[in-house]
Design a protein around this ligand. Structure first.
Ligand SMILES: [Zn+2]
Length: 493
């Protein structure tokens, strides 16, 4: 959605005089009440020492006044502030460790607005993270109170550091990977809390790959969306990383579907990769032994390390899920000498993201070649060789989409793929389109779903006035219009 359309009603909470951003020594030692993952995950708020998300190299600044650190009652703005502060601090600490020396796309600090008014939504828009509130039945749901949602949105900002080219890439799998990374971020950062690790171990016993409060992401927002549209979210959460979805070429899927079915809508399609990643982590845990607190902590760190490496090295192509999955395996060869290779490979093969024929034994050799090429070109290890360039641009006649004489410029997901036909043969009910076809197709789906702010462009049939949540806009660009992303928004439309 566009930020302007979401500011229908600003919070009427009286503004307090902002205090200096660092908590006082007294505040640092004071305990506040926080959620570990989500208000409806099943636990009670727990006391923790007040934390400061601005204290890390990837600094996060919550806008507005900071209430005095103490144990507020649930339902108060003081409680929500400290619940959010704790979750954001855990995320900032985790990603500062995995992305040393890096900066947010927004610069030295990631601004966060915990309540921008009435909506059932949350988004990242390259200016910061925004959260909202909405009355649902007898209660009010605040998206900025749930650690799962806070960390999902932070995930969009983190991925924008690692691979900014994904922002404008017009392909389902690039957009869906952003959503998947958000959910994986909520899960990985959740696992940094020993209290949550203990709670999950008590719930799942000897096998991590079970539906649990860890695999269920954003239970409360899922509940709220189901009140408005019963088939709009999973029965027990917004999305569940333990699911049975199997890869399909997204262009063969409908643009929307009930939660029980896969569609090409990015949040829906993201569940394929998330399930593969969660199963891969579960396999990694099993490889190390019976799940324990220490093993969960180690696997979450190891998987985050591999994921950052893989995303840097995976070319952005229409079959992006497979590209990332193969680079996870190649990164494991490089970093852990292949320790987790079979754990990762089998999980993504079970999802149809990779084929049993698709993963080449020379993946690690190709990775070594790319590393050598990067070094020769003076590209630091911190940046992918692909990070040097912007994605190529394609011009599409606007008449194709009922936009009259205006030509559209779009960014195409066409970095040279390193693997061919990596997805399962069983998954290919339709041919994988090339990058140009994928971009045309994704553009059409965005317009059909009413996700594009048309600005001044004359449209004959695609205005969608009843759907104000716009993720993209058409901006003037050398006599044509550029289709560019405004936000990754994650709520109810
Ligand atoms: Zn999202």
């Amino acid at each position: 959605m566009s930020p302007s359309t979401t500011r229908r009603k600003q919070s009427t909470r009286p503004a307090k005089r902002p205090s200096s951003h660092r908590p006082s020594k007294a505040a640092k030692s004071t305990r506040v009440l926080v959620w570990l993952d989500d208000p409806m995950a099943g636990g009670e708020p727990i006391p923790r020492r007040a934390s400061d998300p601005a204290a890390y190299s990837l600094r996060v600044d919550i806008k507005g006044a900071r209430p005095k650190a103490r144990q507020y009652a649930r339902g108060t703005s003081g409680f929500r502030y400290w619940a959010a502060s704790d979750a954001l601090a855990r995320g900032a600490k985790f990603w500062s460790k995995h992305l040393p020396g890096e900066q947010w796309f927004t610069g030295k600090s990631l601004p966060v607005a915990l309540d921008r008014g009435v909506d059932l939504n949350a988004y990242y828009d390259r200016r910061g993270l925004s959260f909202f509130h909405e009355r649902v039945g007898a209660s009010t749901v605040y998206s900025g109170e749930s650690p799962d949602i806070l960390l999902h949105e932070m995930g969009h900002a983190v991925l924008d550091i690692i691979r900014p080219q994904l922002w404008d890439a017009l392909s389902v799998e690039a957009a869906a990977f952003h959503e998947s990374f958000g959910d994986i971020c909520a899960i990985l950062v959740g696992l940094q809390s020993s209290e949550l690790r203990q709670a999950v171990l008590a719930e799942v016993g000897s096998k991590l790959y079970r539906s649990s409060r860890l695999s269920r992401v954003a239970e409360e927002l899922g509940w709220a969306i189901r009140q408005f549209e019963p088939s709009g979210a999973a029965p027990d959460a917004l999305r569940n990383a333990v699911n049975s979805f199997f890869y399909r070429v997204p262009e063969s899927l409908p643009p929307s579907a009930p939660d029980s079915h896969l569609s090409s809508e990015p949040h829906s399609f993201s569940r394929v990769f998330t399930a593969g990643a969660f199963e891969a982590m579960s396999n990694m845990v099993a490889l190390l032994g019976k799940p324990t607190d220490a093993i969960l902590a180690q696997v979450s760190d190891d998987f985050a390390h591999l994921l950052v490496e893989a995303i840097r090295d995976a070319p952005i192509a229409p079959d992006y899920f497979a590209q990332v999955a193969e680079q996870l395996i190649a990164a494991d060869q490089d970093v852990f000498s292949g320790r987790y290779g079979s754990a990762i490979e089998s999980a993504f093969i079970r999802r149809g993201v990779l084929s049993i024929h698709g993963v080449s034994p020379s993946a690690s050799q190709r990775r070594a070649q790319v590393r050598g090429r990067s070094r020769r070109l003076g590209v630091s290890r911190a940046r992918s060789i692909f990070g040097l360039t912007k994605l190529p641009m394609l011009t599409i006649p606007g008449a194709t989409f009922g936009l009259g004489e205006t030509n559209l410029h779009v960014h195409v997901a066409s970095e040279a793929p390193r693997i061919l036909k990596a997805t399962s043969a069983a998954a290919v009910t339709a041919a994988q389109p090339d990058a140009e076809m994928a971009a045309r197709w994704f553009t059409e789906r965005l317009l059909c779903r009413g996700r594009v702010d048309l600005g001044g462009v004359h449209a004959t049939h695609v205005a969608h006035p009843m759907h104000p949540h716009k993720t993209h806009s058409l901006d003037p660009d050398n006599g044509a219009v550029l289709l560019r992303r405004r936000t990754f928004d994650c709520g109810f439309d």
